[in-house]
Design a binder for this molecule. Structure first.
Ligand code: GLU
Length: 482
């Protein structure tokens, strides 16, 4: 059964997922895939997908980056049911929870100065121990000790001493981290601002997140977050940590491997459904299925079959998929997407507006061989600009014996039906009658009408042009080349 992707269905199920980007740059391919998985998982279960902007790193967060993330998600049609929520607007709530934890004893003030902490670490290193906070300001250790003058304390979470944090990762399977490994995490800095892990915990709690799907660069945060959630008496969500995306050389994905921003794929002429299909498949599988619709993804994406190893980004495969979706796309839609790209290539709005050459039909003709909309635009330009033919080029390609054939064809054009079939028949008649080979006719014909020697089948490209223009350009060229 295909489940309804409508937000209204969200209420039917308790599943709540979130995408929680930090707005420090564009929406990159890795983030987009994480968002897609969280979205698809929520949709599969008829649940709720939430967008949360983690903007507490004020130095690095920008409004432009927020907008780039929103644009990227809109382009991929990953619409949140709730949000965007902004962490910077939730500061009062974080402070409230910190106050509660201080009151309950699950957090405490620590007055260690940076120098003191450094000395502590030095001493531990000297004794061959792993450096960690020694708990000296835990309430049980600090009893009766006066806080030093003039030191503004941080707030630390009192991590459990014993046992281990265990979770069954949706992707990686069971993971266990001993509490001995975990420090008493700082949850508020000395200026009172809450720290990253703490904000995530309060948000996941308040937003009643049931499944945290995120990049595996966050695995180390998970046991700390689970401990804080437990201390708050909150329901601990299930976690799924998705491995990184690497370039084809196995290195971390970077600009070197091609575009890393989702919107660059838009600029480069990829269709969003191709990018969605490609990203879905990159790190997740459903049997041998390579091409599937968004509805199928939603139907199949139950959290299983997520790959445990890093995925390799394959630009060629994405191009192959994009070609599939371009071929499947409606010609009028392609025309709307290609038109601005023609403008960027110097085609005037007026040339497009005359409707003399129907852009949808042009796209329909060119789409089979195009991997991107940019490639369609590169080819389509020839239908809308005056050809520039250099005399030398014409002399090279227009052999004397082809002239009568071209002239005969130009003459015939006036009286035939302006259809592919009739044009093909007229070309055949002209070359047969004058005894020239097809390339001797076709190459100069293309050059005169389109300014280039290679195009799709002559009758197909001529049929899309106004008859008078074809005749005029042929006649003009033949006259000049005398
Ligand atoms: N803000 C984090 C990031 O952009 C994600 C945090 C999370 O998903 O828990 O990497």
């Amino acid at each position: 059964m295909t489940r309804s992707p409508s937000p209204g269905a969200g209420a039917a199920s308790g599943v709540r997922t979130r995408f929680a980007p930090s707005p420090t740059g564009f929406l990159h391919i890795g983030g987009a895939r994480t968002a897609l998985y969280a979205w698809a998982f929520a949709r599969h279960h008829g649940g709720t997908f939430i967008l949360r902007i983690e903007d507490t790193d004020v130095e690095r967060s920008t409004p432009e980056a927020v907008q780039a993330i929103l644009d990227g998600m809109a382009w991929l049609q990953l619409d949140p049911d709730e949000g965007p929520f902004y962490q910077m607007r939730r500061m009062d709530r974080y402070r409230e929870v910190i106050a509660r934890m201080l009151a309950e004893g699950s957090a405490y003030h620590c007055y260690c100065t940076p120098a003191e902490l450094e000395a502590m670490r030095e001493e531990q290193r000297a004794r061959g121990l792993k450096p960690r906070y020694d708990g000296r300001w835990r309430p049980e250790n600090a009893a009766g000790r006066q806080p030093p003058e003039g030191v503004r304390p941080v707030v630390r979470f009192r991590n459990p001493d014993e046992g281990a944090v265990l979770w069954n990762d949706l992707v990686k399977g069971p993971i266990s981290i001993g509490n001995q490994e975990l420090d008493d995490l700082i949850i508020a800095r000395s200026d009172g601002t809450p720290t990253y892990n703490f904000c995530v915990v309060v948000d996941d709690w308040d937003m009643r997140i049931t499944h945290v799907i995120r990049g595996d660069d966050h695995v180390n945060n998970t046991p700390r977050q689970i401990n804080i959630l437990r201390a708050l008496g909150a329901q601990v969500p299930l976690y799924g940590h998705v491995p990184m995306i690497h370039g084809s050389d196995g290195e971390k994905l970077s600009k070197r491997h091609g575009a890393v921003s989702v919107m660059q794929y838009d600029a480069d002429g990829f269709l969003p459904e191709a990018v969605v299909n490609y990203l879905a498949r990159l790190g997740w599988s459903h049997g041998d299925d390579e091409i599937f619709t968004r509805e199928q993804l939603v139907q199949w994406f139950d959290g299983s079959h997520l790959s445990r190893s890093p995925s390799q980004f394959d630009a060629e495969k994405l191009r192959w998929m994009n070609n599939h979706y371009i071929r499947a796309a409606d010609d009028a839609r392609l025309a709307a997407l290609v038109a601005p790209r023609l403008g960027a290539r110097g085609v005037s709005a007026q040339a497009l507006a005359t409707g003399e050459v129907d852009l949808a039909s042009v796209c329909g003709l060119l789409k089979d061989r195009a991997a991107t909309l940019e490639e369609i635009a590169d080819l389509a330009t020839m239908f809308y600009v005056e050809p520039q033919v250099h005399p030398g080029q014409l002399a090279e390609h227009l052999k004397p014996q082809a002239r009568p054939a071209l002239r005969a064809f130009a003459d015939a054009c006036g009286s035939i039906d302006w259809t592919r079939e009739a044009i093909a028949a007229a070309i055949k008649a002209a070359v047969t009658e004058h005894g020239v080979r097809m390339p001797q006719f076709g190459i100069p014909a293309r050059l005169l009408v389109f300014g280039r020697t290679q195009t799709p089948a002559l009758e197909a490209v001529f049929a899309l042009m106004p008859r008078e223009v074809v005749v005029h350009r042929l006649a003009r060229g033949l006259a000049h080349a005398l």
